[in-house]
Design a protein around this ligand. Sequence first.
Ligand SMILES: *[C@@H]1O[C@H](CO)[C@@H](O)[C@H](O)[C@H]1NC(C)=O
Length: 188
Amino acid sequence: MKSLRHFQLFIIFSLASIAISFSLPFQVTDQLQYENSQLTSSEFSTSLETLQKRIGYEFKNINLLRRAMTHASYSGENNKALSDLGLDVIKTSIALNCLKKDIDISVRDLNRQITKVTEVNTCAIEGTRLGLQNIIRVPVKGNSSAPPVVCGGFRGLFGAIAVDTGKADDAGNVFWNVHRGISSTFAF
Ligand SMILES: *[C@@H]1O[C@H](CO)[C@@H](O)[C@H](O)[C@H]1NC(C)=O
């Protein structure tokens, strides 16, 4: 009887711990969202204006760009899914341009070109050249210069354009212009 009671207590305690561990990260994130953004909201808006000029694309729905420049550690509304779409946009754009240049390119060479451009470090370099490390919203203890963060923002940018126009092609064209414009050090 006594051990049953202990067992019940154990279950209650375990469930409570699980509930707390699930709810804590969300509370912390919410708090950080308001207390620790490195740019004020008007500085953030100004940065988004500058970024649009830099990439030569003006958003119809600026909230998409806002979201693209928000890391998952900052808020629930973030660039994770846009970044996924952006990666596909980038891959397609590279593949298309490689094949336009050389229709006989081998699958191996094609994949090598795609990997070269899409690997996190390359993508972070391109994002850094756009100044994304100064724009992307992360919690105060986060590092907006870290390659995965900058890269997520860079990819998210093109995912956001695709959603904004409803066409992955449009996003691919903006990517290609940005890539060509700032990629002179990458032999491509
Ligand atoms: C942030 O990340 C950059 C790039 O990886 C690194 O050079 C820098 O030291 C990091 N800063 C902190 C505070 O961790």
